[in-house]
Design a protein around this ligand. Structure first.
Ligand code: NAP
Length: 316
């Protein structure tokens, strides 16, 4: 029995993930938890989704709930609750109110679904991953943040379009902060197995422009349509599918570091990990050039500073 719960299910990401997962054969039940004030809306979403699923002969169980006890026995609990980023907001502007929300839900997950894996989406996601780890009391392999996996997909799209090559040929990765201090690992990116720097057409690639496009990708979408939707939802589904199927893919997620990558410790950042049914099987140490390493250290300093500040405020 594979049960997944989504906390914040009335929101854009929450409901999109529910609908995406409802089409997965390997998931038996999806609990769409929302606060009481959104419960009726989520009930409506469930009914609407059932109609769509019937059109594809898919039978899934979707449960609208405003009772946190209903998340019990979940394999994965996804938290998407939070104040969404407005145009002009940085992810760090959201840290204080969202940390309160993550603290409360992490404690509830520890109580009702103590064997689950927590997947955090709420921004600033790297800070929130540390907060969820602290307040759930879970082992770190069971607390995972989505961030750089989405950024990596965005980089993949940009490179595929630039070179006019199928995106499946692009192997690339963004690490560090899911925010201004993200670090695209161009030095280890490959196209069809060929390192980017040896790829014949790479001479007209402007690394600075590329980096700024990925950094602004989320903000650019928000400025045009008000929220990001399909990208994060599919990225989350990717992570969940990889965990449920024990696929052991190497994906980039936010995880609490204790020196595994370049000696960085006591901060959660996006790094490549092997994902399995237990959550993170292990962190994959990654080789960086000098520039990337110094950017990664900048990300660590920035996120650590914010995490420490938030921890202090939560303890007051
Ligand atoms: P949204 O549509 O506004 O939904 C957020 C949900 O949070 C609401 O529907 C509500 O859920 C809950 N919520 C709002 N205020 C709350 C409060 N004071 N206390 C408890 N719950 C509250 O936002 P979204 O677009 O789905 O985005 C959700 C989060 O994901 C945001 O923090 C956003 O920045 C982040 N995000 C992260 C990534 C990433 O890659 N990590 C990508 C995109 C977005 P209920 O009423 O159902 O409880």
């Amino acid at each position: 029995m594979v049960k997944i719960s989504i906390i914040g299910a009335s929101g854009t990401i929450g409901k999109n993930v529910a609908f995406t997962l409802a089409r997965e054969d390997v998931i038996d039940e999806i609990v769409m938890y929302s606060r009481e004030s959104s419960h009726n809306r989520v009930k409506g979403e469930v009914l609407d989704m059932y109609d769509a699923l019937a059109a594809e002969d898919i039978e899934s169980v979707l449960t609208a709930s405003s009772n946190l006890e209903d998340i019990s026995d979940s394999k994965i609990v996804l938290i998407t609750s939070g104040v969404p980023r407005q145009p002009g907001y940085t992810r760090l502007d959201l840290a204080v109110p969202n940390a309160e929300i993550i603290k409360e839900y992490s404690q509830a997950i520890a109580k009702y679904a103590p064997n689950s894996i927590i997947l955090i989406v709420t921004n600033p996601v790297d800070v929130m991953t540390s907060i969820a780890l602290q307040y759930s009391g879970f082992e770190k392999n069971r607390v995972i943040g989505l961030g750089n996996h989405l950024d990596s997909l965005r980089l993949k799209t940009i490179l595929a379009k630039h070179f006019k090559i199928h995106n499946g040929e692009i192997h690339t990765r963004v690490i560090g902060e899911h925010g201004d201090h993200m670090v695209p690992l161009l030095s280890s990116s490959t196209i069809g197995g060929i390192p980017l720097k040896y790829f014949v057409q790479s001479t007209d690639l402007e690394p600075d422009e590329l980096v700024s496009r990925i950094r602004n990708a989320g903000g650019n979408i928000i400025s045009k349509k008000g929220a990001t939707e399909y990208g994060p939802s599919y990225a989350i589904s990717n992570l969940i599918r990889t965990i449920i199927n024990d696929s052991r893919k190497i994906l980039t997620v936010s995880t609490y570091l204790e020196g595994e990558v370049e000696g960085v410790y006591d901060v959660s950042l996006g790094v490549p990990v092997i994902l399995c049914k237990r959550g993170i099987q292990r962190i994959v140490p990654v080789r960086m050039n000098d520039y990337e390493r110094s950017e990664f250290f900048d990300a660590a300093r920035t996120v650590k500073k914010c995490t420490y500040k938030i921890r202090e405020l939560l303890e007051e």
